[in-house]
Design a protein around this ligand. Structure first.
Ligand SMILES: [Zn+2]
Length: 1009
C-alpha cells in the first residue's frame, strides 16, 4: 500500500500568528493584563525583593499624550520592566502635574467664550439694571464686565481647572496604558490631591523655618497677557525686532556736553536712575560741530557711523572725571550719576549703560550697591504709570502715563513710540533703527516678556552656603550621559534667587498675611519659626478641606481661626486688619516637592534594608534634557533644602523628538505640514510594540528624528523578530521540556554552537540594559536574529526537525536549544516588545509563569571549550567558501537543489597543518591551535558540513598529493529518497518502504510503533 510520506514529516505548527495585527491584538492583551491584575500580581510576587525605584516626573494634564511624552514614558517602562524581570521589586507610580498657567490660561479663555454665549440670556434677565440710564451702551459694557468677573471668580476658575485636569488625566492614562506601560494607574500621584498639597506645604514650611524664604522687590520675568511672573523654565527665546536708540544725556554744568547711551528698550528710559561705565576702558570726548559727546574710545568709530558724524575731533577724557559726572534725565525732572561697573562691555553700545534698577538684573544689583530705589513704573497690565518710589514731580511726563508696553494687533509698542516722540521733541535722539535679536518670550502667550521689579516671594539660593552644598550634592549624583552634570551645575551656579510666587488662582496658595504696609505677618525673615508654623497649620487644614478653602473667603479672621494658625500671629495684631496673600506657589514647587509627597510617603517606594536617606531616595529620575533647568533642578534644590539630601541617585536624560530638519516637534507649532504629534496617531497606525521598538532603536541620549522611513525600517525588524519567534514556537508543539530536555553535554554540535553564541549575546544584552543603552540591545538582538538565527541556524535545522524521527535524540537536542532560545528571547525582548514577547511567551511549552512580565530572568551560562569553538569557526568558514560554489552549480543547471549535490573538499596536508591561509581571512594559524588535522576529515565533521550546506553528501579528504585546496560539486550518488529528498545509497533495503532511505525508515517505523 502506497504511503503519503508527506504526512509522516514533523511539519511545523503553531497558533502564534504570522501577521502581527498589533492594532487589534494589543488592546485584547491589555484587557487580559487588567483582568489578571497583572501589575498588582507582579508587585505582590516581589514583595520581599530588593527595591528599584524609578520616580516618574509628572507630565502636565492638559492635552493628548504627545509623541515626545510617549518617548519618555516608554523609556521609563523599559527600565521598570527590565528591573522587574531581573528580580527587583520595581513599583511604578505615575504622576501628573495638575496646576499652573497652561491649564488656567486655556480654562479662562474657554470660560470667557461660554460667558459671551450666555450673555444675551443674562442680559435679558437683568434689563432692569440699566433700563433707565441715558447711555445704555456704556452701562451695559460695565455691567457685562462685572458679571464676567463674577463668572471668572477664583472658585469658578479653580473648579473648571480641576475638571479639565481630571479629564485629561483620564485621557492620558488610557493613552499611556495603550503604550504598554505597566504601573499603579489606579493610585497615581496628583499634585492637586489634598494630601499632596499638604505635604508640599509642609516641605515649604521646613524651608521657611530654615530661613530660605523672603519677600523682596526684585526684577522678575513678567508676562503681560498672563499677568504673572514667570520662572526661568517658562521663558522661551525667539526672534524679535526691538528699537535700538542712541540717546544723549546732558551733563550738568557743562553746556553742550552729553553722555551717549544705547538701549534696545526705550520704554525703560522713564525708569532710568543712573548710567554705568567701565573704569578699565579709555573714554574720549568727541567734538561734533558745537556739541561734545562722551563715550568709549573703541566704539567711537561705530557710533560716529551710526549717528552720521562725518567730521569730528577727539580728546581723551580723564578717568577720574567719569565718577564725578552728573546728568540731567532727558525728559524727567531729575538728575543721575555715573557709576563704575564690570558688566559694561567694550563690544556693543557706547561704553555707557543706562541703568534702570527696576528693569534689569545688573541694574538691580548696581542699584542695591549704590543705594538707588528699585523703581519700576509699570503696572501689572503692562502700562507705564508713576509709583510711590520717587516724588511725583520727578516722574514721567503725562504723555507717557497709561501707554502700553506691548504693541496691539501687530502695531509697535505704544510706550516705545511715546518715549521716542519725547526724545525727538527734546532733541536728544541721536539715532534710531530696528534691531533684530533673540529675546525672551512667554511660553504660553508667546509675547515678549518684560523684566520688572516687584514684590515677590523668593528662596534665597545663597542662604547658609546652600549653592555650594547643592553643587557638592550634584557631584555625588550619577548623571547619564555625563554632560548632564555640567549642564545642571551651570544652571545652579548661575541661577538667581528662586522667585516662587505666582499671581494665579489655579495652584497651591502661599498661606501668608500682610499688614497695612504690605509687610508679611509673621515675617519669615524675622520670625521663621512662627511663619513656618502658620504654613503647617494651613497644611493640616487643607489636608482635610482642600486648598479651595483659601479662595472661598478674603476674610483673614475666618482663615486664621479655622486653620488654627491664629496662635502664631504676634500678640497685638488685629486679625481683621491683615490682608491674605493672593499668590500661589510656582508650579515647579508643586512637582519639585514630590520627594516629600511621594518618595517619602508611599510605603511601596521605601528601600527596606537601607538606612538614612537611601531609604527614600529614588534610584533613577529620567526626563528630557530641558529638565536640568526644570524638574531635576527644582527637585534637587527643594529636597536638599527640605529633606537634607538629593532625591535621586542617578539622573538619566533623553533628547527630543525632532523633525528631519532637526526642529523640535512641538505642541504649539502652527501652519504648514506637520507630522502627527500625538502618540495615538502612531499607535493606531503601527501598534504600540513597533513604536516601542522604534524608541529602543534610537540612541535617546541625543535628539530622535521622527521619520516614516525609520519607523518603517523598524517595522521590518519587528517582522523579522516575530518570524523568528514563530519559527521556534512552531517546532516546539511536541516538546515537553520536563520529559524531552537533553543535557548540555549531550546536545549536538550545531545546537551547542547556537547556545554558545546565544550566551554571548545574552551577556552583551544584559550589560547594555544595565547601562540603559537600549539602542545597543536593539542592535545586538536584531543582528543576532537576522544572521545567526534566521539565515543560519533556523535554516540548517529544518531538515533534522522535519525528517528525523520525532523522538530522535538529534531532533530533541535541537528542540531543547529552540526552547531555550525562545525562552531567552522572550525575556530579552519583554522590556521593549511588551505585547509581542508576552504573546509568544504563552506558546512556550512548560512555562512556569502566566506572563513574561512575571518571569525571573536569570541568565544560564553555556560554556564551550576552546577546541570546540575553534572547530565551529572553521566549519562556518568552510561553509562561507563553499556556498558560492554550490550557487554556481545551481545557476549552470548542473544540479537542481543543493540536495542533489555531493560536495567534495580536498586539502593539502601541509597547508592544513599550517592553517590553510588559502581560506583567506576566515582562518588563521591560531584557529587551528590544538585541533587535530584529522578532525576535519572525520565522518562526524562531514555530516555537520552536509547539514550546514544542505547537500546529500560531503567528502573531505586531506592528502599529500595536492598542493592547493579544491572544492568540487558532483551529482550525489544513489537515489533520491521520496520522503526527505536526500540522495542516499541505502534506498530499497526495506521491501515495505522501497523508495525511502534508512533514516526515513526509522522515522516512519517509530511513527507506526
Ligand atoms: Zn530519507
Amino acid at each position: 500500500m502506497a504511503m503519503e510520506y508527506k504526512d509522516t514529516l514533523n511539519l511545523p505548527r503553531t497558533d502564534f500568528a504570522m501577521r502581527a495585527d498589533l492594532v487589534t491584538r494589543e488592546p485584547e492583551r491589555l484587557k487580559k493584563w487588567e483582568a489578571a491584575n497583572l501589575y498588582a500580581k507582579i508587585q505582590a510576587s516581589r514583595a520581599t525583593a530588593e527595591k528599584f525605584v524609578l520616580h516618574d516626573g509628572p507630565p502636565f494634564a492638559n492635552g493628548d499624550v504627545h509623541v515626545g511624552t510617549a518617548l519618555n514614558k516608554i523609556l521609563k517602562d523599559i527600565i521598570v520592566k527590565y528591573k522587574t524581570l531581573r528580580g527587583f521589586s520595581a513599583p511604578y507610580i505615575p504622576g501628573w502635574d495638575c496646576h499652573g498657567l497652561p491649564i488656567e490660561f486655556k480654562v479662562a479663555q474657554q470660560m470667557t467664550k461660554e460667558f459671551d454665549a450666555q450673555w444675551p440670556k443674562i442680559r435679558a434677565q437683568h434689563e432692569d439694571l440699566w433700563k433707565n440710564t441715558t447711555d445704555p451702551v456704556v452701562v451695559e459694557a460695565g455691567i457685562k464686565y462685572s458679571f464676567l468677573q463674577d463668572y471668572l471668580s477664583p472658585e469658578n476658575i479653580r473648579s473648571a481647572c480641576e475638571k479639565t485636569a481630571r479629564h485629561f488625566i483620564g485621557v492620558q492614562r488610557e493613552q499611556f496604558k495603550r503604550l504598554g506601560v505597566l504601573g499603579d494607574w489606579e493610585n497615581p500621584y496628583l499634585t492637586l490631591n489634598k494630601e499632596y498639597e499638604a505635604d508640599e506645604l509642609r516641605m515649604f514650611a521646613d524651608i521657611v523655618e530654615k530661613g530660605f524664604v523672603y519677600r523682596g522687590k526684585k526684577p522678575v520675568y513678567w508676562s503681560i497677557p498672563c499677568r504673572t511672573a514667570l520662572a526661568e523654565a517658562e521663558v522661551e527665546y525667539a526672534d524679535h525686532v526691538s528699537q535700538s536708540v542712541f540717546v544723549k544725556f546732558p551733563v550738568v554744568g557743562q553746556p553742550n556736553t552729553f553722555i551717549v547711551i544705547w538701549t534696545t528698550t526705550p520704554w525703560t528710559l522713564p525708569a532710568n536712575l543712573a548710567v554705568a561705565y567701565n573704569d578699565k576702558l579709555q573714554y574720549v570726548q568727541a567734538k561734533v560741530g558745537e556739541e561734545n559727546f562722551i563715550l568709549f574710545r573703541g566704539l567711537l568709530p561705530a557710533v560716529a557711523e551710526k549717528c552720521g558724524w562725518t567730521n569730528y575731533t577727539e580728546t581723551l577724557f580723564v578717568a577720574e572725571e567719569l565718577a564725578k559726572l552728573q546728568y540731567q534725565h532727558p525728559f524727567c525732572n531729575r538728575t543721575g550719576k555715573a557709576f563704575a561697573a564690570d558688566f559694561v562691555t567694550s563690544d556693543t553700545g557706547t561704553g555707557f549703560v543706562h541703568i534702570a534698577p527696576g528693569h534689569g538684573q545688573d541694574d538691580y544689583n548696581l542699584g542695591l550697591k549704590v543705594g538707588l530705589p528699585i523703581y519700576s513704573p509699570v503696572t501689572d497690565l503692562g502700562v507705564l504709570a508713576p509709583t510711590n518710589d520717587l516724588p511725583m514731580n520727578q516722574q514721567m511726563p503725562e504723555s507717557l502715563i497709561g501707554k502700553s508696553l506691548l504693541g496691539k494687533g501687530g502695531k509697535p509698542s505704544e510706550a516705545n513710540e511715546a518715549v521716542l516722540a519725547l526724545l525727538r521733541e527734546k532733541n536728544v535722539l541721536l539715532h534710531q533703527e530696528n534691531y533684530h535679536h533673540s529675546y525672551p518670550h512667554c511660553w504660553r502667550s508667546k509675547t515678549p516678556v518684560i523684566f520688572r521689579a516687584m514684590n515677590q516671594w523668593f528662596i534665597e539660593v545663597d542662604h547658609d552656603k546652600f549653592r555650594e552644598r547643592a553643587l557638592d550634592e550634584i557631584s555625588r549624583v550619577n548623571w547619564i550621559p555625563d554632560w548632564g552634570v555640567n549642564r545642571i551645575k551651570g544652571a545652579v551656579q548661575s541661577r538667581p534667587d528662586w522667585c516662587i510666587s505666582r499671581q494665579r488662582t489655579w495652584g497651591v496658595p502661599i498661606p501668608f498675611f500682610y499688614d497695612a504696609n504690605g509687610q508679611p505677618v509673621p515675617d519669615p525673615q524675622k520670625n521663621p519659626k512662627a511663619a513656618a508654623n502658620v504654613v503647617r497649620k494651613f497644611a493640616k487644614w487643607f489636608e482635610e478641606v482642600g486648598t479651595a478653602a483659601w479662595f472661598s473667603t478674603d476674610n483673614p479672621t475666618i482663615l486664621l481661626t479655622k486653620s488654627g494658625a491664629k496662635e502664631f500671629i504676634p500678640a497685638g495684631v488685629e486679625l481683621s486688619e491683615l490682608k491674605k496673600s493672593n499668590d500661589t506657589l510656582d508650579v515647579w514647587i508643586d512637582s519639585g516637592s514630590s520627594s516629600r509627597a511621594v518618595l517619602k510617603q508611599r510605603k511601596e517606594l521605601q528601600h527596606a534594608g537601607k538606612s538614612g536617606d537611601e531609604v527614600w531616595q529614588a534610584d533613577v529620575y529620567l526626563e528630557g534634557s530641558d529638565q536640568h533647568r526644570g524638574w531635576f533642578q527644582s527637585s534637587l534644590l527643594l529636597s536638599l533644602a527640605g529633606n537634607g539630601a538629593a532625591p535621586f541617585k542617578t539622573v538619566l536624560t533623553h533628547g527630543f523628538m525632532v523633525d528631519a530638519d532637526r526642529e523640535k516637534i512641538s505642541k504649539s507649532k502652527q501652519g504648514g505640514y506637520e507630522k502627527p504629534q500625538t502618540a495615538e496617531a502612531y499607535v493606531k497606525k503601527y501598534g504600540a510594540d513597533v513604536v516601542r521598538l522604534w524608541v529602543a532603536s534610537q540612541d535617546y541620549r541625543s535628539d530622535i528624528v521622527v521619520s516614516e522611513e525609520r519607523i518603517n525600517k523598524v517595522g521590518e525588524t519587528y517582522r523579522g523578530i516575530r518570524n523568528a519567534l514563530r519559527y521556534q514556537l512552531s517546532n516546539l508543539y511536541d516538546f515537553d521540556p520536563a520529559q524531552h530536555t537533553v543535557a548540555d553535554d549531550q546536545l549536538t554540535g550545531l545546537d551547542r554552537w547556537i547556545l554558545g553564541e546565544f550566551a554571548k549575546l545574552e551577556a552583551e544584552v544584559l550589560a547594555a540594559y544595565d547601562q540603559y543603552e537600549f539602542h545597543v540591545v536593539y542592535q545586538k538582538l536584531s543582528q543576532f536574529i537576522a544572521v545567526e538565527l534566521s539565515s543560519v541556524y533556523h535554516d540548517v535545522i529544518k531538515d533534522r526537525l522535519y525528517t528525523d524521527a520525532a523522538n530522535s535524540p538529534r531532533r530533541r537536542s535541537t528542540q531543547t536549544a529552540l526552547h531555550r532560545l525562545a525562552t531567552g528571547l522572550c525575556q530579552m525582548l519583554a522590556p521593549i516588545l511588551a505585547f509581542t514577547a508576552d504573546e509568544a511567551w504563552e506558546f512556550i511549552p512548560g512555562n512556569p509563569t502566566g506572563s513574561v512580565h512575571e518571569a525571573n530572568w536569570q541568565p544560564k551560562s553555556f560554556v564551550r571549550n576552546e577546541t570546540e569553538s575553534q572547530l565551529w569557526k572553521i566549519l562556518f568558514a568552510l561553509r562561507a567558501n563553499a556556498l558560492p560554489e554550490l550557487e554556481k552549480a545551481r545557476q549552470s543547471k548542473f544540479i537542481g537543489k543543493a540536495l542533489d549535490a555531493k560536495f567534495s573538499m580536498e586539502f593539502p596536508k601541509t597547508k592544513v597543518e599550517r592553517g590553510m591561509e588559502h581560506l583567506g581571512s576566515f582562518l588563521t594559524l591560531g584557529d587551528w591551535a590544538g585541533l587535530e588535522v584529522n578532525v576535519l576529515a572525520s565522518i562526524e565533521t562531514n555530516r555537520i558540513l552536509q547539514e550546514l550546506l544542505n547537500v546529500s553528501k560531503v567528502e573531505v579528504t586531506i592528502s599529500d598529493s595536492v598542493t592547493a585546496w579544491k572544492f568540487n560539486v558532483t551529482k550525489a550518488d544513489g537515489q533520491k529518497c521520496e520522503r526527505c529528498w536526500h540522495w542516499e545509497t541505502d534506498i530499497g533495503q526495506n521491501t515495505a518502504h522501497p523508495t525511502i532511505c534508512g533514516r526515513c525508515i526509522e522515522a516512519v517505523l517509530q511513527l507506526k510503533g
